[in-house]
Design a protein around this ligand. Structure first.
Ligand code: SF4
Length: 426
């Protein structure tokens, strides 16, 4: 099966999944409308009975209440009918999408070993098989894409993902399609130089660099909600990064000006080893939320299977520039204070802020006090700052040397060689 057919089938799978989810939503809406109609019917019944025993002095008011209830019942009945009709249309669309997918997946047994391509399980198997095959042919996939976006935080995983995508795109002769996207979450929340580094990393390969930014940054979002985000509801990632990147898809597709559906490969530097929730993701996936008739968006994780050591090895081997924050042995170049970071990492971040003369610890502690919500369930930022002060008094200010991150992960020899290669490349 050629690549175009695979992509076509993936799009049919997307349409079938989307039609099914619309059908489910319509079903829920129809049930809600029916429940409201039942409530209105019960009210009408109760008022009709009451009317029989209402004293004549209160009859006018009771008749009016019944009239209102009759009107409410009629309106709820009309809503229920409309919701039922919407569900009917959604059901038909879903059945059609499934039928078309089933017909075109004539090779489904070969792909999935399943005789049930029209079931959710059969569709998921076909999707997984198609995506696994595409992930195994990165150059062909990039060549077929109309646009290749690399979402870069400027962190270690992003820079390796970018370097890999660039090498594959060069080999496929389509480097010009690669665009580096950086989500700016607010200067007051990020380490200094992050945006500039993301830009330099893109410019190293001569790539277009774009920045997306929500109207309200991280701290503004927390102030507005009166809550810090947490691991269960990572609004910071969805609002400040994912939703902004989705707007860019529209811009890119407009720029392409294609008559047919565009294929966008959206690359993210996330790794399975980072967390149990990331382990559940796949190397390549359909972005159902961002895809539509104008674009099929595939999310690709080019460093998904790498360990942290392997990431540092590629940084050393390819002489990739990384942010000096890593040399202080802070493991992720995230927000200065990331809601997912451990207590020890946050303590280190506070001490680094003090060395750099950043006002961030005070800004965050003040905000925490103002909104009356702890930074994390287990501890407050005020406690983090307290522990940082204790360590600072015992050990003095934080110190580090360029190359310490490589030294820590790969040893002294690797760090020396890396710094030499970096100097030569400059
Ligand atoms: S780095 Fe942490 S705090 Fe910042 S946006 Fe990402 S998850 Fe949220």
């Amino acid at each position: 099966m050629d690549l175009t057919t695979r992509l076509h089938l993936l799009n049919l799978i997307r349409l079938s999944a989307s039609a099914e989810s619309s059908c489910r939503a319509a079903d829920r809406a129809a049930r809600r409308a029916s429940a409201r109609r039942k409530e209105a019917a019960a009210t009408r019944r109760r008022l009709r009975l009451q009317l029989r025993t209402t004293p004549s002095a209160e009859l006018d008011a009771a008749r009016q209440a019944l009239e209102d209830a009759e009107l409410a019942f009629s309106a709820r009945s009309a809503d229920t009918e409309a919701a039922g009709a919407r569900w009917g249309r959604a059901f038909t669309a879903s059945a059609r999408a499934d039928a078309r997918l089933g017909d075109e997946l004539a090779v489904t047994r070969e792909l999935t070993g399943s005789d049930q391509p029209r079931t959710k399980g059969g569709r998921a198997k076909a999707e997984a098989a198609l995506l696994a095959e595409l992930a195994a042919m990165p150059k062909k996939l990039l060549d077929a894409a109309h646009a290749i976006l690399v979402q870069s935080s400027a962190g270690k995983d992003s820079v390796v993902a970018l370097d890999r995508v660039v090498r594959w795109a060069k080999a496929a002769g389509c480097l010009s399609k690669v665009v580096v996207v950086h989500a700016d979450i607010g200067q007051e929340a990020e380490w200094p130089g992050v945006r500039d580094l993301a830009q330099q990393q893109a410019e190293r390969y001569g790539l277009r660099f774009m920045v997306v930014k929500a109207s309200v940054g991280f701290l503004g979002m927390v102030e507005k909600r009166g809550l810090w985000p947490d691991a269960q509801s990572r609004l910071c990632t969805s609002t400040l990064k994912r939703d902004e990147a989705a707007k860019l898809f529209t811009q890119i597709v407009d720029e392409l000006g294609l008559d047919d559906q565009a294929l966008i490969v959206n690359c993210l530097g996330i790794r399975a080893a980072e967390s149990p929730s990331r382990r559940k993701k796949h190397e390549l996936a359909i972005d159902h939320r961002a895809s539509n008739g104008r674009r099929l968006v595939l999310t690709w994780h080019p460093v998904f299977h790498l360990t942290e050591e392997e990431i540092w090895q590629e940084i050393a081997d390819q002489a990739l520039d990384y942010h000096p924050v890593y040399d202080t042995l802070i493991p992720r170049l995230s927000c200065i204070f990331c809601i997912l970071a451990s207590f020890d990492v946050l303590v280190r971040a506070v001490r680094l802020c003090w060395v750099l003369g950043l006002p961030t610890p005070k800004t965050y502690v003040d905000l925490e006090e103002r909104i009356g919500h702890r930074f994390k369930n287990q501890f407050s930022l005020a406690q983090v700052v307290e522990e940082a002060s204790r360590q600072e008094a015992e050990e003095g200010p934080l110190t580090w040397r360029r190359g310490d991150a490589i030294r820590h992960h790969l040893g002294e020899g690797a760090a020396t060689a890396y710094l030499q290669r970096l100097a030569l490349a400059a």
